[in-house]
Design a protein around this ligand. Sequence first.
Ligand code: ZN
Length: 208
Amino acid sequence: MNCTLCNHKTTLFSEYQERAFYICNNCETVLLHPNHYLTADEEKGRYDLHSDDVTAIGYQNFVKPITDAVICSFNKTDIGLDFGSGKTEIVKFVLEQKGYQVKGYDPFYFNDLQLLKNKYNYITSCEVIEHLYNPHKVFKQLYDMLLPSGKLFLKTSLYSKDLNFEKWWYKNDPTHVTLYTQKSLEFIKEHFGFKSLEIFDKHIVLSK
Ligand SMILES: [Zn+2]
């Protein structure tokens, strides 16, 4: 398979419980082979099982690195989009509680394509990019939806060579198909033309 992010060739990286992962020879993204992708119904079935209670502190803490980062960088008059908002729209819920204006888009639960034609001061995407079958297309779309000086706030677990891939739980979720490395993010920054990339402990910021 070719890399779904940068289109370079890939090499077989790991076969774990009959799921084959390939690593990109260029950007080092680790990719599940498409033979192992779930169907859309199976994928939604998994998401339907996710948490429901947006008022639960543990659930809010899960998105806190993202919501705090937005609050530090933007004002209540700025307009944001939460891309891949999930059935509960938890990021939108937490930010709205603080008086922020955020739209929620999700291909399974809030598939309002009109929202993808607008421009935003910031976009959040919390535990979403690891689910993308076509990250190149989506990152282009996210870049294009940001206004000048806009920021993209991401949360995902990065793979690095210090981790033991066989034991790394993050790859075991059947909906996690695109596993990023620092090099993947550097590729995204350079290729799409972001001005800066910041990798924090629990979140990532790409600035236009
Ligand atoms: Zn690549």
